[in-house]
Design a protein around this ligand. Structure first.
Ligand code: NDP
Ligand code: MG
Length: 398
């Protein structure tokens, strides 16, 4: 892990939060946390891609002074509409996101934008010395080495928001990292976990978006159905906690109440439990290291009947196997996996390809990627672009 906590645990003043992806699923949960801790948390900046109407509502409701809209057409519409309060400065495009991520008035930046668009603002927040509360796992999968190196160099703390990683963070805190044998992330199995394999051929986007336990944005919900999400999370854990690939593992756990198990060298395990709502890890990250009442009630042990665990069937979930292979291969393979997955999931959601074509596209891209160790961020971004082009060609040639 990186540097010691920059925060006093006494909350002499309100912690000032920038929320990137405010209009999304994590964004909505973060707003619930902020709303119930208004005496401790203050929203000072918000950003979205194109949903400027919702962003304007949020800015008004929380009296936010800085707002960024990435999409140029949406920015122009928002400007013309006059929906934002006069006192709110409106910033535009990727540069606007970078600016808002490094606001002098901010203490912590919560990055919750879908996909890899969170990379540049995350780097900007680190460079500006902000604490980074990171939900966007793709950022670490794409460029974990560069993000973690920069955070270490600047002494920036990265607070994991992804529920499993937040859980690992809670379990290993105070333990020397040399004592950790492995971390075990839990997987719900996603929307199709009870479907017979032959039905998957006909799975539609609306089927894939019905997650049994979690309410999340569309991309991650499809990633849960393929288990690409768990694969991405293994890579995320590797970077966040400085682990070897063989120390990052996962098991099925259909109830989604235990979010991780950390196994120590002596065989003892620590687990973290909370209801399957993102308000828990978000609150932990935003108020860290303090603990106050949560937005939602804890698990009711009187009603809890059972906790099941089991192995992941890689035959049924090829995306999980490809992710593990990419993690072991290192270099630009994780970036290629991530980019190919993003393109394939988008194509599936738009009805361009079938559900079972997602792993075929990713396999095609990985097979055609010449792996190498990138020396800088530019090389990673180039590999990301090439993998996207290769995925597009794969889709056209299906
Ligand atoms: P959603 O699709 O619900 O929301 C995405 C958000 O990102 C929206 O606010 C969207 O704005 C914004 N956005 C997208 N592209 C850009 C861009 N180029 N610039 C600025 N903002 C952009 O996603 P989720 O909230 O589900 O997920 C967000 C991230 O958190 C993902 O990386 C995901 O893997 C991770 N995560 C999510 C979890 C969850 O429970 N949802 C759990 C753990 C991790 P607009 O509305 O205008 O399009
Ligand atoms: Mg997760």
């Amino acid at each position: 892990m990186t540097a010691p906590p920059p925060f006093s645990s006494r909350f002499p003043i309100r912690r000032r939060v920038v929320l990137l992806g405010a209009t999304g699923s994590i964004g909505g949960n973060a707003l619930r946390v902020i709303a119930s801790h208004r005496d401790r948390l203050e929203l000072v900046g918000v950003a979205s891609n194109s949903n400027w109407r919702r962003l304007a509502e949020i800015a008004r409701e929380y009296s936010v002074r800085e707002a960024a809209i990435c999409d140029p057409a949406a920015f122009a519409e928002a400007k013309l509409s006059g929906s934002f309060h006069m006192a709110t400065r409106l910033l535009q495009g990727p540069e606007g996101l970078r600016q808002i991520a490094s606001l002098p008035a901010a203490d912590v930046v919560l990055v919750a934008v879908a996909g890899t668009a969170g990379l540049e603002p995350s780097m900007a927040a680190i460079a500006a010395g902000k604490s980074l509360a990171l939900a966007s796992k793709e950022v670490l999968v794409l460029a974990g080495k560069f993000v973690m190196d920069e955070a270490a160099r600047r002494g920036t703390r990265i607070l994991p928001v992804d529920s499993e990683h937040n859980a690992v963070f809670q379990c290993i805190e105070g333990h020397p990292s040399t004592g950790v044998r492995r971390v075990v992330l839990t997987a719900s199995g996603g929307a199709f976990r009870d479907w017979p394999a032959e039905r998957l051929e006909h799975a539609t986007p609306s089927d894939a978006l019905k997650h049994p336990n979690w309410s999340m944005g569309p991309k991650i919900t499809v990633d849960s159905a393929t288990l690409a999400n768990k694969g991405l999370e293994l890579m995320e854990a590797k970077w966040l906690f400085g682990l070897r690939p063989d120390q990052c593992t996962a098991v099925m756990h259909p109830q989604s109440l235990v979010h991780c198990l950390v196994e120590f060298n002596d065989g003892a395990m620590l687990a973290q439990l909370s209801p399957s709502s993102m308000t828990f890890p978000i609150q932990h990250a935003l108020l860290y290291p303090d603990r106050f009442e949560g937005v939602e009630p804890p698990i009711d042990l009187e009603r809890l009947m059972r906790l099941d665990f089991g192995p992941i069937d890689e035959g049924r979930y090829p995306m999980f196997r490809y992710a593990r292979e990419a993690m072991r291969a290192g270099g630009v393979a994780p970036a290629a996996f991530n980019a190919a997955n993003e393109v394939a999931v988008d194509a599936f959601l738009r009805g361009r390809i079938a559900f079972l074509a997602i792993p075929r596209i990713v396999d095609h891209v990985l097979a055609n990627t010449s792996n190498f160790e990138p020396s800088d961020l530019k090389a990673v971004l180039q590999a990301d672009r090439e993998a996207r082009e290769s995925a597009e060609r794969g889709i056209e040639n299906l």
